[in-house]
Design a protein around this ligand. Sequence first.
Ligand SMILES: [Mg+2]
Length: 236
Amino acid sequence: MIKTIFFDLDDTLYLFEDSPSKLKAEVDTVKEINKRLNKELYIVFDDFISSRHKFKDAHKNDAAKYDRFAWYQTFLKEMGIADDEFAKELEKLYWNVLAENIVPYEDLKTIIPQLYQKYNLYVLTDGLEYGQMVRMKAMGFDKYFDGILCSEQHNSLKPDKKVFDYGLKIAGCNPSEAIMIGDKPHKDIKGANNAGIISIWIRRGKYAGTNPDGDNKPRYIIKNYFKLIKILDELK
Ligand SMILES: [Mg+2]
């Protein structure tokens, strides 16, 4: 019997990559940085993106990879501005602007209150707590979830089995009693498969056009969240 549903956050609960809300948050923070630099905006924008790529490459396998504060801190230092307070303000500005403009998937919004009645709901994310909480609250989902499990807690990155084992431990259930829903086959699906959790791929966002196989092959594929109710009924 299914007791627990784990959701990834970005691109699983709402459109993140290439969304207007993400772009607005990026633009607003870059403009804020440029108040101190007075350069052409496109240069600052490009430089920030390259700096971020370098940082993420250097932290490929650790949770710091998604530490936006560290991205700003590093970039500001490269620009000759050593100001951690400012980096902190930029991090908050980014998440707040994103949260103000966030649009959760409409079909998911409809079914979350139904799922809440029957299952324990958790977010299982590689992201850091501050940004994830701001967004969950902005979407109005926080009250339906039993926990938002972020990388400060599990201290690893998907598809590492440790992330999923941590989720199972917190939820107090066996792998066969849980499902994991996510948009990234090589992270959410692979990780769930390796942990023995039933994997469901929401075919939206950047990876929608791919055809995952092997370890990345999901047990179920959904294109809309109403289908999830049907799958859960079958799994009962
Ligand atoms: Mg995702």
